[in-house]
Design a binder for this molecule. Sequence first.
Ligand code: NAP
Ligand code: G3P
Length: 500
Amino acid sequence: MQTTEFPDIKEGLEYKYYCGGKWEKSISGKTISIRNPYNDDLVGKIQACSKEEVDKVIRTAQENIDCWIETPLNERIEVLRKSAKIIRQWSEPLGQLLMKEIGKPIKSAISEIVRTAEIFEGTADFAATLGGETIMGDAFEGFTREKISLTYRVPLGVVLCIGPFNYPFNLTGSKIAPALVAGNAVVMKPPTQGALTPLHYGKILEEAGVPPGVFNIITGRGSEIGDYLVGHPSIAMISFTGSSETGKKLAKTAGMKPLLLELGGKDAAIVLDDADLELTVNAIVSGAFSFSGQRCTAVKRVLPMPAIADELVNKVLEKTIQLSVGAPEENNTIGPLISSKQCDYVQGLIDDAIEKGALLKCGNKREGNIMWPTILDNVTTDMRIAWEEPFGPVLPIIRISSAEEAIKISNKSEYGLQGMIFTENLDLAFNIAQELDVGTVQINGKSSRGPDHFPFLGTKSSGLGTQGIKYSIEAMSRPKVVVMNLSERGKLVRECKSDL
Ligand code: NAP
Ligand code: G3P
């Protein structure tokens, strides 16, 4: 399949929103400037769309869904495969743009794009196996085999896909692919900071064969149009990734409609006396500081047992101070946080901890939006950093004296995304894992969402529902049941031989 060259979808630096197969300027006449968080360069401008345009994109999706539902599944699957090919072909320019708009190190930015192609391909593969089940009535007393239940899956309608700033292309694509393959129409609201790269889905899906109006993009601040979008009566389902604060507000506004919410986290690494320290240190440092800690599944607490705590802290420190710091285009591990406001928030957590007696091992240094990786030892539960999600390069060490204490502190968090246990005793690890109130427990590995066919979910303030290729398709469709009540008139009579 020959795809066109990477398209220039902007005019000057201005990007339009995408509705009914057309790129349009907002009637508001306003745009929002997107600036590079590393050097404050103007990267682009997006439309500050109005509520009238929210109505317009949703109405357009509603009006065009029928042709998509009628499209055979194998053709919808082929569209995903073509989309994946285009995404792969454009991964370099898309990665460069992503790096500029959110400050992600260039290699991670490009891998986010490629990973999204893999999600499109995996979704296409799984969708081909989509089916239902047939159940005979005679399992229940009083019913016969002439009553037969036939089930298959049907789309929900117009699905609203809202993504976060830290994986703006991947965590919108991971929603769009299952929504479309299930037969839904889609309205996507990308994060404002991180909107430019996902705006290219308009071109990608058009090239891949999605009919005009089936996929639409609205841009604008969530604080201005988010509630109206979420509460719109024509939205049949919402797949959201973002902060717990926004997710909880969204759930209240959305009312009676299916929700898939992937929210914040405070993932704790429990390190037992017999842990393989080299493996553990590598997992903790990579898990805590990749993309400057701006991952929901970042390692956000370390709970070491006494016998290994000092050695662990020293090894984590030794590896942390070697992390490269600087420009994302030079692929430094530690780059800018998304905004100065976010840096201020993270600094507040560090200051609070130090004021309350935490031991600063490294970091607590800032230049512009870059914050050096910071390790705080002897963190106690009266400190904010023990409980709040920094979404920045800060790692609290909360020393524990028993596995029971580790479980208690882990479970006391309002979050329940993932947990980690580092030990050579897999029986003990499995027993502890069963006690942790989280979506996923990693044994001898760092918390992470991938691979993307795994179920990914959070408990408590970390989310609602389960993401992951199969799970997302199921969340964006529903069973349709047809019960056949056959007549006994046509029944073949079998003689039961009495001597059986
Ligand atoms: P955020 O501030 O909650 O924003 C997420 C998305 O929601 C953005 O597109 C935002 O639009 C939109 N939004 C804001 N207010 C809204 C409203 N009232 N109604 C509907 N949408 C609204 O989160 P973020 O700063 O982008 O991402 C960081 C947070 O997301 C962290 O807490 C992180 O843990 C979480 N996260 C979780 C996962 C996961 O898989 N569990 C993955 C990534 C991130 P604007 O950009 O225009 O404000
Ligand atoms: O915060 C984004 C979340 O989805 C984490 O993804 O693959 O970095 O664990 P990952």
